[in-house]
Design a protein around this ligand. Structure first.
Ligand SMILES: Nc1nc2c(ncn2[C@@H]2O[C@H](COP(=O)(O)OP(=O)(O)OP(=O)(O)O)[C@@H](O)[C@H]2O)c(=O)[nH]1
Length: 545
């Protein structure tokens, strides 16, 4: 073969076009595409399916996809492995499980640990209940399958309104906003005009007074923000109640919120300032409140505290229950001035947070270490607006600083006189008798020298003084538990009544000291009966008539 003819054959074998697939699979030069590369690039350029003008598919995508059938409805064969981590229970077993879990949930002294490992969804699935309250589980009963998923499904269209352009839209929005603001102005009772009460003169009709904002303490957005931070960060919530008015200082809203949003968090009620009420009343309150949550009687002072060991034992139990966690946090929440910060100081045995006899001392949440694995979180005092019926109630619950009260301080004295027994007021202030609140205030002002120019008694200042004494425990008072009277009669016939003698006091104190040495291991051990309190007889001499 001549040299010319052989070179012509080589030219024929190596196509010039870079997309020609009739080329060698192995090329000598890295710059020349191999056959495989050409094929791959062609594949990339092709569409997966080809459609005609009407949108019907006319062919598959060449070599690779043309043989693959179009996906349609089909069944996947069940596989045993899907059910590998499941267990089969029959209806009877399920009912038994439901019943026992419900019993445990209703018992305030039992705790479900490792809830995530239990199929609690089965317990909550109650056909009748879900149908009634329209919960998630009855979704298909609320909206039938056909309307949600099938071809006949329908969706609500959003109401956009009949607007042609943006300008028209913004004008309508402005009008609606003005209308809304006007309606709010009508409802809000911020400004009270006393014109309606006045009988004479134009001057009076123009006098307007503003509501004292000091009465809104503990209701601000900022304070509630602090509360939710504390709730979120806590595993256990100590709700502190003033033993003199436990139901008045109870925040049921928070309890319901925890039940609804975070049922795995533990709630404990702490009846603080129990040194200011008789022991029998404390016992009754504990019996009453323990039906809902574990309740501990407490006295928060550094020297002669009460209930410290019970509470520490309880917190240790919670720490043991959550042994899988590195540490647990205990949030301390409650009304202003109920003694939250004092409780932290008492538990630590020294002053670690600021305490004051006035509400609103704690401004922001603060962390304090109790043990290596238990942290305490102090929360500012909060007030739930809906549970505070009127201003007098708020003032007598100690929510407001008395010095922030203006001329209205005297208005709260009638309610105070209703709550405090006459003999205690007589004993505290040495006033023999009075006809009404005004008479009482006048006598008090004269007695304490609170007089204005010209010797006129300063009722407002003496009212503030009485309120301070009432809140700081100088005047004895308490609100009796619901079943107090009837139970007291029974107790009186069987035992010695509401006083306890010195031997009983020392026995209880000894018992408490012993308890503080042990680490309690079982939640069931802290029963309400064990929370009996010991009393310092000197302080309670006023109660023993
Ligand atoms: N008698 C008596 N007084 C108490 C007790 N606990 C607290 N106090 C007093 O109650 C007042 C308020 O205590 P704080 O600890 O500041 O109350 P708080 O709940 O932290 O108050 P805020 O800062 O408003 O949230 C202080 O004068 C305490 O001395 C108690 O158990 N018995």
């Amino acid at each position: 073969m001549t040299k010319a003819s052989s070179s012509a054959k080589v030219k024929q074998l190596i196509p010039k076009h870079s997309d020609d697939k009739n080329r060698q699979n192995k090329t000598t030069s890295s710059q020349v595409r191999s056959r495989a590369t050409v094929n791959r690039l062609k594949l990339y350029r092709k569409k997966a399916y080809q459609y005609d003008k009407k949108g019907r598919r006319i062919s598959g995508a060449g070599d690779y996809t043309s043989n693959i059938p179009e996906p349609g409805a089909g069944r996947t064969a069940p596989n045993r492995r899907w059910f590998g981590n499941t267990r089969i229970v029959d209806q009877q077993q399920l009912e038994k499980f439901r019943e026992s879990i419900q019993n445990v949930r209703q018992d305030p002294f039992s705790v479900i640990i490792k809830q995530k490992k239990l199929p609690l969804g089965l317990v909550d699935f109650d056909n009748t209940a879900s149908e009634k309250d329209g919960s998630r589980l009855s979704l298909l009963r609320i909206e039938p399958f056909e309307e949600v998923f099938s071809e006949k499904k329908w969706r609500k269209r959003p109401r956009i309104g009949d607007f042609c352009d943006l300008k028209e839209y913004s004008e309508t929005a402005k009008k609606l906003r003005d209308k809304y603001e006007a309606s709010i102005g009508e409802e809000e009772p911020v400004l009270h005009s006393i014109a309606e009460n006045s009988t004479n003169g134009k001057e009076d009709s123009q006098v307007i007074f503003e509501r004292n904002h000091a009465l809104d303490k503990g209701q601000s957005k900022r304070i509630w923000g602090e509360l939710f931070k504390v709730i979120d960060s806590s595993d256990v919530l100590l709700e502190v109640l003033d033993a003199r008015d436990p139901l008045g200082t109870r925040i049921s809203y928070v309890e319901k919120y925890i039940q609804r949003e975070c049922p795995h968090k533990h709630v404990v009620l702490l009846l603080n300032k129990c040194d200011l009420i008789p022991s029998s009343v404390t016992r009754h309150w504990i019996r009453y409140l323990s039906t809902e949550y574990p309740t501990v009687a407490f006295r928060a002072t550094l020297q002669k505290s009460f209930g410290k060991s019970t509470l520490i034992g309880l917190l240790r139990q919670f720490a043991n229950l959550h042994s899988d966690k590195k540490s647990i946090s205990v949030g301390i929440v409650g009304y202003p001035n109920v003694g939250k910060s004092s409780i932290i100081n008492t538990l630590r045995g020294k002053k670690v947070v600021n305490v004051a006899p006035v509400p609103g001392e704690t401004k922001v949440w603060q962390y304090v270490t109790l043990f290596r694995r238990v942290y305490l979180i102090d929360c500012p005092g909060i007030v739930h607006e809906a549970s505070a019926p009127d201003d007098a109630e708020l003032v007598l619950r100690g929510v407001v600083r008395t010095e922030s009260l203006r001329d209205e301080a005297a208005d709260y004295i009638p309610l105070l006189l209703e709550r405090v027994k006459k003999q205690h007021l007589k004993k505290t202030y040495g006033i023999l008798d009075w006809t009404d609140a005004n008479d009482f205030l006048e006598q008090m002002a004269k007695k304490t020298g609170k007089l204005r120019k010209g010797g006129e008694p300063d009722l407002n200042t003496s009212a503030k003084m009485i309120l301070n004494d009432y809140l700081r425990g100088k005047i004895p008072w308490f609100i009796a538990p619901p079943d107090y009277c009837t139970n007291m009669e029974q107790e009186d016939s069987t035992s010695k009544g509401n006083s306890i003698d010195d031997t009983e006091v020392s026995l209880l104190e000894e018992k408490e000291e012993e308890a503080s040495k042990d680490v309690v291991t079982d939640v069931k051990e802290s029963t309400p009966e064990e929370n009996n309190i010991s009393l310092n007889m000197e302080e309670y001499s006023t109660w023993v008539e």
